[in-house]
Ligand binder design. Structure first.
Ligand SMILES: NC(=O)C1=CN([C@@H]2O[C@H](COP(=O)(O)OP(=O)(O)OC[C@H]3O[C@@H](n4cnc5c(N)ncnc54)[C@H](OP(=O)(O)O)[C@@H]3O)[C@@H](O)[C@H]2O)C=CC1
Ligand SMILES: Nc1nc(O)c(N)c(N[C@@H]2O[C@H](COP(=O)(O)O)[C@@H](O)[C@H]2O)n1
Length: 453
């Protein structure tokens, strides 16, 4: 196991990040502001942040800080106790765009638009809401943490992450007990806590063998193509970075890397038994490296935050008819982590889109979504994106659902082909929406406009 973990960090270092950057992320998680924000979203009356000087506050590598003075500017746009009598939560729409209204350079990729100061502002907003909501497209593209990383924000004050749509989050089959036991092979053994048996199957449920075969076949073909099958342990050459980058994008969406490795191990054992492969020619080190470099070993960041006690487990909102069965491995894992699938009535859904998972459609009715959240005890929600979510929530007929808007505008044009915010216009109207009582603030290089709808 130690070797596997070393290999993960080695290849993450070698391959670097695949995210898109605009130059605005230079100091990333560490803002240079002078006071920390208050933690409690549960207090809807927005208690002011404390204002201890930076030098007196301990901070980890991931923590952000937000000045007390800045939080005062946002106060009129934040949830208050009076919002709790509504049948929907206090709903804040908040996102970052370029000067040409793009959320990202292209669909399916994350673009860092917010600078450190406005990023800290977003995390302050997170601290002031009971939940953060994103669409499954954003969950897939960004693999977001969806927690509040302001210094001093404890688990109780973390917002509940909510994903609308068919998010096939990445998870591992490793129990906590499996980790750190010093055995390199533990990942290949059966796991029990989440129901994996020695065969690598979930309890009472068979593995999707077609999907597994497809993965193994694709995987083996990559190995063959690279000439790595049969390579001696440690025999991966210098050119691996470009080779791996060029390899087909395989994901562990439908099968786990543990199952994949187990199946490959069995195949290799058969070959060794039949004399087709020498015992020392197995490709596990290479398999492990590829799995790591492709991110297949990765648990979705949001779930990793849960494991680390830094965030709440997500709720996934799907049409009521599409809730996975209780035996579904992903559902079992989610529930084990404290999360849930929540069914939303699709009686008022957009029939044009007919709720095809992954279709890029906003099929569920936003009134149903937000009413359900309120009935589940969510008093305030911060809707972060992406394009489909924002444009559909801003569409005519839903404007009354939005209480506040906080948009970060970065001084950059992303050009054509991006994920654009441009909601439908009301018939006969000259504008889709206009903010009431807008206020413009500067956070570092970014402008932030706040308003009521
Ligand atoms: N700059 C910023 O502030 C932000 C940028 N982004 C960027 O936006 C992009 C993602 O946007 P986009 O691709 O439009 O994806 P979205 O995040 O808007 O998600 C769209 C998906 O969410 C599900 N969904 C959304 N609304 C509904 C609904 N009403 N009913 C049912 N399902 C719904 C559907 O999933 P399914 O079909 O699978 O069921 C749909 O395909 C990424 O590039 C991301 O980086 C995202 C957030 C903020
Ligand atoms: N405020 C803001 N600025 C940007 O430049 C962004 N790309 C986003 N994206 C949103 O933030 C989420 C990332 O969250 P974590 O930091 O990983 O917790 C991402 O999923 C978008 O919702 N936001």
């Amino acid at each position: 196991m130690a070797r596997f973990r070393d290999s993960i960090s080695h290849w993450k270092d070698v391959l670097g990040s695949s995210k898109t950057h605009t130059g605005n992320e230079k100091s990333d998680e560490k803002s240079t502001t002078t006071a920390k924000a208050d933690s409690g979203h549960s207090s809807l009356s927005n208690p002011p942040p404390t204002s201890a000087p930076l030098s007196t506050m301990p901070s980890g590598p991931d923590t952000l800080q937000f000045p007390a003075a800045s939080s005062e500017q946002l106060a009129p746009y934040l949830p208050t106790k009076s919002s709790s009598s509504k049948t929907t939560p206090f709903t804040t729409l908040t996102f970052a765009t370029s000067l040409d209204a793009s959320l990202a350079l292209q669909p399916g990729t994350q673009t860092h638009l917010s600078g450190p100061e406005s990023k800290a502002m977003t995390h302050y907003l997170r601290s002031q809401h009971a939940a953060i909501l994103i669409g499954a497209g954003t969950a897939r593209a960004d693999d977001p943490g969806l927690n509040c990383r302001l210094e001093g924000v404890g688990l109780d004050s973390q917002p509940r992450p909510i994903v609308v749509g068919n998010w096939e989050f990445a998870f591992d089959d490793l129990d906590d007990e499996d980790e750190g036991n010093g055995e390199d092979d533990s990942i290949l053994d059966g796991h029990t806590e989440d129901g994996l048996t020695e065969d690598g199957d979930a309890d009472g449920e068979s593995v999707d063998s077609a999907a597994l075969d497809e993965h193994v076949e694709a995987f083996t073909s990559v190995l063959k193509e690279r000439g790595w099958v049969g390579a001696k342990p440690g025999g991966v050459g210098e050119g691996i970075k470009s080779q791996v980058e060029a390899a087909p994008p395989l994901r562990n969406d439908s099968v786990s890397h543990a199952q994949l490795l187990k199946k490959e191990k069995e195949k290799q054992k058969e070959k060794i038994d039949s004399g087709d492969l020498e015992e020392d020619e197995g490709s596990f080190p290479e398999l492990t490296q590829i799995i790591s470099s492709k991110g297949w070993d990765r648990v979705s960041r949001c779930l990793r935050a849960v494991k680390e006690g830094k965030g709440k487990a997500p709720w996934i909102l799907v049409p009521a008819s599409q809730i996975p069965p209780a035996t579904d491995r992903r559902r079992k894992y989610l529930e084990k982590m404290g999360g849930r699938y929540i069914g939303i009535s699709d009686s008022n859904s957009n029939t044009d889109s007919s709720a095809a998972p992954g279709s890029g459609a906003a099929s569920l009715d936003w009134t149903q979504i937000l009413t359900t959240l309120k009935s589940e005890g969510i008093d305030s929600v911060m809707v972060e994106g992406g394009g489909t979510v924002i444009n559909s929530l801003m569409a005519p007929g839903y404007e009354d659902l939005i209480d506040s808007v906080v948009v970060t505008i970065a001084p950059v044009w992303l050009g054509q082909g991006g994920v654009v915010v441009s909601p439908a216009r009301k018939a006969g109207s000259k504008a889709a929406l206009r903010l009431k009582s807008p206020k413009w603030c500067l956070f570092g290089e970014d402008a932030v406009v706040c308003g009521r709808v």
